[in-house]
Design a protein around this ligand. Sequence first.
Ligand SMILES: C[S@@+](CC[C@H](N)C(=O)[O-])C[C@H]1O[C@@H](n2cnc3c(N)ncnc32)[C@H](O)[C@@H]1O
Length: 193
Amino acid sequence: MRDKRDYYYWEAKRVGYRSRAAFKLLQMNQTFKLIKRGDWVLDLGAAPGGWSQVAAELGAKVVAVDINEMEPIDGVIFIQGDITLPETIEKIKKVKEDFDVIISDAAPKISGIWTVDHLRSIDLALSSFSIAKSLLRDHGNFVVKVFQGEEIQNFFNELKPFFKFKKFHSPKASRKSSAEIYFIGKGFMKPKV
Ligand SMILES: C[S@@+](CC[C@H](N)C(=O)[O-])C[C@H]1O[C@@H](n2cnc3c(N)ncnc32)[C@H](O)[C@@H]1O
């Protein structure tokens, strides 16, 4: 019998999504109502493009960023760049300076050493959050992936003052064996500058 992983893998192929990850965003959006028609969405760590496809289907205008190349998607503006570098933020700003929703599924290359992968993922997630602090509009929504580990509570504590609603969530489409979990933040309270 096929397990759940196979189900989402084959389902992604069947409906034309580039990744099974697309279903994670679909499920989180159904539960938390993150993206609506007309929103500007910034997708960080976007390749191969499953989340961007979903956001575009939901009627959003999407800017996608990845360190690697990504095949074009209709209606999605792609920027190749490293989200940990200030020059990438500058490139994004040239396209759009404020987003309704920022989503980040960015993940480090897996070393197989749990603590190393955990800390690298926390660093990437903090880079996404730093981009959110500058480019997410007041009351906007934010989703970011992290691999679980000892720093997870500190990470949550750092983000929580900035959102009215905040929680960690694991969508059904995440593999049971996966260390990943998503921080969901709604109602961003933009820091006054
Ligand atoms: C799990 S994949 C994203 C899958 C995507 N959400 C989808 O549905 O197709 C993680 C992505 O993060 C990207 N990434 C990792 N580090 C990055 C960085 N520093 N800057 C930009 N992208 C990065 C990787 O290149 C990879 O494409």
